[in-house]
Ligand binder design. Structure first.
Ligand SMILES: Nc1ncnc2c1ncn2[C@@H]1O[C@H](COP(=O)(O)OP(=O)(O)O)[C@@H](O)[C@H]1O
Ligand SMILES: [Mg+2]
Length: 308
């Protein structure tokens, strides 16, 4: 297995104020992003996501620990050429049009004119901004700017894309568009590291996540494993009389607008469905009960989230 990004035992503190008091931002963070996957760095504001990302892209020097990208040191310019980065609050020249601005970034990478023209066109198409090629960036909505930011991060055709809070400040439609865009980039084979404090937003896109709180990794793994509640199922049924009770007593039974929701252990699902059907009820939905990421987070940190 190829490894796109490997962070080993990264720690970082900032010195703040005239007293140079140490403020710990990241403590002993290790994580591995396998090539071709989407990895999510989750956590509340102040958890250390941006600090971790800045160390990953080589903008910030860790106090200790190491960063390897495709097995090599980050500071090697050859390695830098293989990554694309969209920071948390990117700055773009407001008066340049999308086309000119993107061409400018391509020029910084020394990409020659003919290739540049083609690439700018293709990238704007990819992020859905073809119609805005002649529009100055100060006329862009937040969602358009974020998508432009992705195009900018892709200008050198990187294998690893690192994006800090890509959905921050976007409305629901903008968030869906961003998710689709990142998904399609991943399908094209790009490895992606993204951070988010919108926990639910990453559910449908990340293969694996690490949850950060107060600078430390407090959980990691595949989202479905982290959200697994240990095998409970929820069965929704309609058309059952008010007095109806299942034969096998379920753990929980709730009624809402004529629909009954029953929560049972996996081994009772079959008999419960048969029971509902023989009582003239209709099965509306059967699904595994999982936590939401918000619930997971509350379980993990309780009242002890970073905040800030
Ligand atoms: N430039 C800085 N100077 C001092 N403290 C900082 C600086 N950047 C971040 N911090 C502090 O480091 C901690 C982690 O911040 P950050 O990495 O930005 O977290 P996140 O991106 O998860 O919100 C916070 O306590 C924050 O206040
Ligand atoms: Mg941040």
């Amino acid at each position: 297995m190829d490894i796109a990004l490997e962070l080993e035992h990264l720690s970082k503190s900032y010195k703040v104020g005239w007293r140079k008091t140490e403020r710990t931002a990241v403590v002993d963070v290790s994580l591995t992003v396998p090539a071709g996957t989407v990895f999510g760095l989750l956590g509340p504001n102040g958890a250390g996501k941006t600090t971790t990302i800045k160390m990953a892209v080589g903008f910030l020097h860790p106090d200790s620990g190491s960063v390897h990208i495709f097995g090599q040191e980050t500071l090697d310019p050859k390695v830098r050429a293989r990554i694309g980065f969209l920071p948390e609050s990117p700055y773009f020249y407001p008066h340049l049009t999308a086309g000119k601005a993107l061409d400018f970034y391509a020029r910084l990478f020394g990409i020659e004119r003919a290739v540049r023209r083609e690439r700018v066109k293709r990238l704007l198409e990819m992020v859905g901004l073809s119609d805005a090629v002649k529009l100055p960036l100060n006329k862009f909505s937040k969602g358009m700017l974020q998508r432009f930011g992705i195009a900018q991060a892709l200008v050198n055709d990187p294998e690893l894309l690192i994006v800090d809070e890509p959905a921050s400040g976007l409305d629901p439609i903008g968030q869906v568009e961003m998710r689709k865009l990142l998904n399609s980039l991943n399908e094209e084979g790009k490895s992606i590291l993204l951070s988010s404090h919108y926990l639910s937003e990453v559910e449908n896109i990340c293969h694996e996540v690490a949850v950060l709180n107060k600078g430390k990794v407090i959980a990691r793994g595949k989202i479905e494993d982290l959200l697994d509640t240990g095998g409970a199922y929820s069965v929704m049924a309609s058309g059952l009389p008010k007095s109806w009770r299942p034969v096998e007593p379920p753990a929980r039974q709730e009624r809402l607008n004529g629909t009954v929701r029953l929560t049972v252990e996996k081994k009772y699902v079959g008999s419960l469905i048969a029971n509902v059907q023989s009582s003239g009820g209709l099965i509306e939905d059967v699904r595994k009960v999982t936590k939401t990421l918000e619930e997971l987070f509350v379980d993990l940190v309780g009242g002890d989230a970073s905040g800030g």
